[in-house]
Design a protein around this ligand. Structure first.
Ligand code: FAD
Length: 623
């Protein structure tokens, strides 16, 4: 039976990719259906209850700059906020927030329920209707058919999902949810390259059975960071601390003694796991000389007794999980509420996608999220937004759009996936972006909001706030350029305590703020200059734009130079592990291939332009 309505865009899956896709398409004004297994799990975090972090926080800000949901939801659901790398340069500073799972889910659901042009429907999608290499609809588990002009698939870890705990395994999409086997079978019959990946999650513990007195408390930052460009601190719920403890030699001994019961080491799991989020058994084996590993003890919510011990993801049998957890300081009497597990699932080679995330073989069919080989909510959300946007653009008869590598981390993500593909779960890092001085969290709105407005993703309220902020920045930059201070002025002399070299001549405020030791708020203490901008985002932008202007120009020169370095020789005995900033993945690939020139290195699959820049800097330093 066909459903009475025809949709412009059907999004299958209500996880992080699916919710951003459905919201983006509906914001674009086209008729959208979000079809998902279970309405109760919309926006559910399958693994760690946290949003953001290095590289990932950048993606969240970019999603927000394009009017997306993730940053707004975490501002409403975050219970511990931090700025990572706060003492480093602005390019690598990143926001991270611990989430109350229920508050986060509720925020996402409320946005979906209040979004015009969006309808929800709970059913499993079991089949696609394809006519002459174009998708024209979907079929649900109960045989209901929906017609659509485009379909976005965002079914996460559910395709052919197999859950492993020790040597036992069973079918599942994630713990407590069914797998999508019918859809997996249908997709495997289409001409896409398909393979298996795996990921894992730790046991969840009962907070009442942990001894926090022997752990180190880790409160959030003060002042509290805010994720959304439209958000403010007053939206955050009550804030609480996370804690830190460590594994020890005894923990490692328990793991080593039971490796024959690990599905990974016994060869039961075929899929490759996330290199940067390894299981505890992987960490113990790969870093055999380390006597302990850090564990972040993260609350799952304000009204929950569940705790997420971040750092000990495992698929060892339950009795071994118990033993290893009880060997950890503070966990001696821990009760496990949910066992840890690993999951294996189908993913599709993202080289079979266009930059718009439309598949190359079936017109109108888009893939986003974990099914493209990525890992992480933020990576999924970013792809979801782009896929939903491009599905809507196609319906409107408009050209596809995806940001370039120098415009957004989203551009880096899509370009890496669709040109290089991936053999292991792909996560975002700042090191993947060669233009990272340009791609900062703080300027995501400046980079993307005007384009989002032009495309139809950004509403009037955000657009007005953005324009007001831009005007504030411009006026303040003009004021700093044209305001002069003199040595001998009493409050400037007070500033001299901070200046590395005292002011010896008249100076503009713009010159003064270029000095590394002087901040915008320092300038505002000078008589007649303050109080300055009350819009803290604009004030931060003024400071960064002036302070880092030189670095940004140098980066642009470096980009031009990289393009000229095709034939620069690489020594055959070069020890790549000595080059700081290169990821283990890149070091391994370069060491195995030993390319003769920079040009050849750049064409090795997985060697990013960012890695090439680091090689060039290293060669230059060596003379
Ligand atoms: P999901 O969030 O999985 O959402 C998929 C949605 O599709 C669900 O709502 C599901 O119900 C729905 N769905 C599936 N099939 C159908 C169908 N046929 N019809 C209708 N609806 C369907 N990420 C990390 O960054 N680090 C980690 O350490 C990590 N560990 C993980 C461990 C486990 C065990 C799991 C399950 C995930 C882990 N993740 C981790 C991954 C993280 O959960 C995902 O990257 C993220 O959720 C992917 O978002 P998504 O939208 O692509 O898919």
């Amino acid at each position: 039976m066909f459903y009475s309505e025809t949709y412009d865009v059907i999004v299958v899956g209500g996880g992080h990719a699916g919710t951003e896709a459905a919201l983006a398409s509906a914001r674009m004004g086209v008729k959208t259906l979000l079809l998902t297994h279970n309405i109760e799990t919309l926006g559910q975090m399958s693994c760690n209850p946290a949003i953001g972090g290095i590289g990932k926080g950048h993606l969240v800000k970019e999603i927000d700059a394009l009017g997306g949901a993730m940053a707004k939801a975490i501002d409403l659901g975050g219970i511990q906020f931090r700025t990572l790398n706060s003492s480093k340069g602005p390019a690598v500073r990143a926001t991270r927030a611990q989430a109350d799972r229920s508050l986060y889910r509720a925020a996402i659901r409320s946005m979906l329920e209040n979004q015009p042009n969006l309808t929800l429907f709970q059913q499993s999608c079991d089949d696609l209707i394809v006519e002459q290499d174009r998708v024209v609809g979907v079929v649900t588990q109960m045989g209901l058919k929906f017609r659509a002009k485009t379909v976005v698939l965002t079914v996460g870890t559910f395709l052919g999902g197999v859950i492993h705990i020790g040597l036992d395994n069973y079918q599942g999409g994630r713990a407590g949810d069914p797998p999508s086997n019918a859809l997996a079978k249908r997709l495997r019959a289409l001409p896409f390259r398909v393979d298996r990946l795996k990921t894992g999650t730790p046991a969840r513990l009962d907070a009442r059975t942990l001894d926090y007195s022997v752990m180190q408390a880790q409160p959030g930052d003060d002042p509290l960071p805010v994720f959304s460009f439209m958000g403010n601190v007053s939206q955050h719920p009550r804030q609480i601390s996370c804690y830190i403890t460590h594994t020890n030699e005894q923990t490692h001994e328990i793991i080593r003694n039971n490796l024959d019961r690990s599905p990974m080491y016994a060869g039961v799991i075929e899929g490759i796991g996330p290199r940067y989020c390894p299981s505890i058994e992987d960490k113990v084996m790969r870093f055999a000389d380390k006597t302990n590993h850090q564990i972040f003890v993260e609350p799952e919510g304000l009204n929950s007794i569940e705790v997420y011990p971040n750092g000990i993801s495992t698929s060892l049998p339950f009795d071994v999980q118990q033993a290893l957890i009880h060997s950890i300081k503070g966990f001696e009497n821990a009760h496990i509420i949910r066992p840890g597990y690993a999951i294996e699932y189908d993913y599709f080679d993202p080289r079979d996608l266009k930059h718009s995330l439309e598949t190359k073989f079936i017109a109108g069919l888009f893939f986003a999220g974990q099914i493209n080989g990525t890992t992480g909510y933020e990576e999924a959300g970013a792809q979801g937004l782009l896929a939903g946007l491009n599905a809507a653009l196609q319906v409107q008869g408009k050209d596809a759009w995806s940001p370039s590598r120098d415009q957004a981390y989203m551009g880096v993500l899509v370009d890496d996936l669709s040109t290089l593909g991936t053999k292991e779960p792909y996560r975002m890092f700042t090191s993947r972006a060669e233009y990272r001085l340009l791609l900062r969290e703080d300027n995501a709105d400046i980079r993307l909001t005007p384009k989002g407005r032009e495309l139809g993703l950004v509403d009037d309220e955000r657009w007005a706030a953005f324009n007001a902020k831009m005007e504030n920045i411009e006026l303040e930059r003009q004021r700093l350029r044209s305001s002069w201070v003199h040595p001998g002025h009493s409050s400037v002399d007070a500033l001299n305590g901070k200046l590395k070299t005292p002011l010896s001549r008249e100076s503009s405020l713009e010159e003064l703020i270029r000095r590394p030791e002087i901040t915008y708020s320092d300038l505002m203490t000078i008589d007649g200059i303050g109080p300055g901008l009350s819009d803290m985002q604009a004030a931060e932008q003024v400071e960064i734009q002036i302070k880092y202007a030189g670095y940004i120009e140098r980066q642009q020169d470096e980009i031009a130079r990289t393009q000229r370095n095709e034939n620069t020789l690489l020594p055959m005995d070069l020890d790549y592990s000595k080059i700081s900033g290169l990821s283990n993945e890149v070091v391994n690939k370069l060491t195995a291939a030993r390319p003769e020139t920079i040009g050849k290195a750049s064409r090795i699959s997985g060697i990013t332009p960012a890695a090439i820049s680091l090689l060039l800097v290293y060669l230059k330093k060596q003379g």
